[in-house]
Design a protein around this ligand. Structure first.
Ligand code: GSH
Length: 214
């Protein structure tokens, strides 16, 4: 699943740490490999990190594990316990509250879509509170929370283009909009992004599939 935002989180973390890795693609959701089902029999989802023969699932859990296992080099988790807890809080908020409205905007039309758009605008406006007075969620440099939220910077404008509706813009969430640009300009991040044109094409195709399946 080359365009997965959850897999991107892990690749970004590995790259920030300068860890060499082998990337294995999965054909999600209809053609999962035997190996994926063996490595992650619980949720059967990607990403899965395998290190020393031991598998680990859940992208945010994996990022923390990477930071704790390779202590040298780039610090991904904030040093201060309160900052660390706050970063986890906002990462959870993004996963729990932002992803679903966005999916509904993507997969519906008409009134249901309009309702989801309003909800999405509201939660992204709330999310940008964590950015106030800072260039990145991590402060002057990117950290755990930037990686956790990072896939929105890539995917949200593609979803907006697919449905021709703006959600994160200079009017609704100017700080978040500016952060999209700043985050995608970071060298490590830029070096691991799916091809935009191919992703847009896939996004449009997927929306058609979802709408016709209703
Ligand atoms: N909470 C999980 C979400 C992972 C996830 O949703 N992965 C998707 C691909 S983007 C997947 O494997 N879907 C297959 C399925 O739902 O069966 C994480 O952060 O790792």
């Amino acid at each position: 699943m080359w365009a997965s935002g959850f897999a991107l989180r892990v690749e970004w973390a590995l790259k920030l740490k300068g860890i060499e890795y082998e990337y294995v693609n999965e054909d999600i959701p209809f053609n999962k490999s035997e190996e994926l089902l063996r490595l992650n029999p619980v949720t059967k989802k990607i990403p899965v990190l395998v290190y020393n023969g031991k598998p680990l699932a859940e992208s945010l859990v994996i990022i923390e594990y990477i930071d704790e296992t390779w202590k040298e080099g780039y610090s991904i988790m904030p040093k201060d316990p309160y900052d660390r807890a706050q970063a986890r809080f906002w990462a959870k908020f993004a996963d729990d509250k932002c992803t679903m409205p966005l999916f509904h905007v993507f997969s519906t039309e008409g009134e249901a879509q309009q309702k989801a758009v309003e909800e999405a605008r509201e939660v992204f406006k709330t999310l940008e509170k964590a950015l106030e007075g800072k260039k990145f969620f991590g402060g002057d440099c990117i950290n755990y929370l930037d990686l956790a939220i990072g896939w929105f910077a890539f995917w949200l404008p593609i979803i907006e283009e697919t449905v021709s509706i703006s959600m994160v813009d200079d009017e609704n969430a100017p700080l978040l909009k500016a952060w999209f640009g700043n985050f995608l300009e970071v060298d490590v991040i830029k070096s691991i992004l799916p091809p935009r044109d191919k992703t847009c094409e896939m996004s449009k195709m997927r929306r058609e599939q979802l709408l016709s399946a209703e």
